[in-house]
Ligand binder design. Sequence first.
Ligand code: B12
Length: 211
Amino acid sequence: MIEEDLYQGYLKALLAGRRSECKDDVNHLLDKGAPLRDLYVKLFQRSMYEVGELWETNQITVANEHLATSVTESLLTVVYQDVFATERVGRKAVISCAANEFHQIGGKIVADMLEVNGWDAHFVGANTPVEDLVKHVGEVRPDMVGLSLSILSNMDHLKRCIEAVRSEFPNMDLLVGGQAFRWGGIDTIKQYSGTLVIASLDDLEKMIKES
Ligand code: B12
């Protein structure tokens, strides 16, 4: 549970680039025993979605948005120490953004969430070229590949990633997620067998616990 007052104070500090104040809020929540999932969704995700709305409605500049993004990325490393507290379960994942997809915080969080659940997760970042992704999957031989999509117009890039991974590794479990699916695309993905659209971190955790 993250109190509304703390969230609003955090958002103000984030928009103003007061990184140490944001870090204090994060440390306060960690000290209180807040679950990492809450930090990821109710603090980082919620505030970045709000940053997006402020940017879209011209209430903040691109510079303000970039600042908030960079502070958020640095805070992911603050919670990092808690990410590896779990015993390893001997399962591996490769997580990547689709080609031409520059939104990387969601994918990074997914990789960290898998680590929280004992998986070893390779996050290979934004805009990864398809052939390099396939090569990396061949080197790591993961149990699962996760692909992140934020912009629906990047769907063709995502489809090419899925097809390339699938053609080299026909039995690979594929997960896709990201906010692009708020605007559509789920039916497009359904045509790929063994490929699941996962809507939230809760669903991701449920799925890996059952697998
Ligand atoms: C920061 C940001 C950027 C940064 C990203 C930098 C970086 N280092 O990541 C930069 C400046 C690059 C950028 C660029 C653009 N952006 Co932008 N951006 C954002 C912003 C403000 C925050 C993104 C973010 O970090 N969200 C927080 C994370 C935690 O949330 P998330 O990605 O949804 O991830 C969660 C879930 O979706 C899920 N998940 C994500 N991936 C996966 C994968 C799997 C396998 C699973 C299971 C789950 C999962 O788990 C995560 C944790 O819960 C959003 C606003 C928003 N609503 O998010 C706009 C937003 C995404 N951007 C938008 C736009 C339009 C653009 C540009 C086209 C702008 C432009 N004209 O240039 C470009 C496109 C660049 C590109 N080709 O990718 C729009 C998209 C609208 C749409 N309908 O598609 C948004 C929504 C802004 C808005 N209108 O409010 N952007």
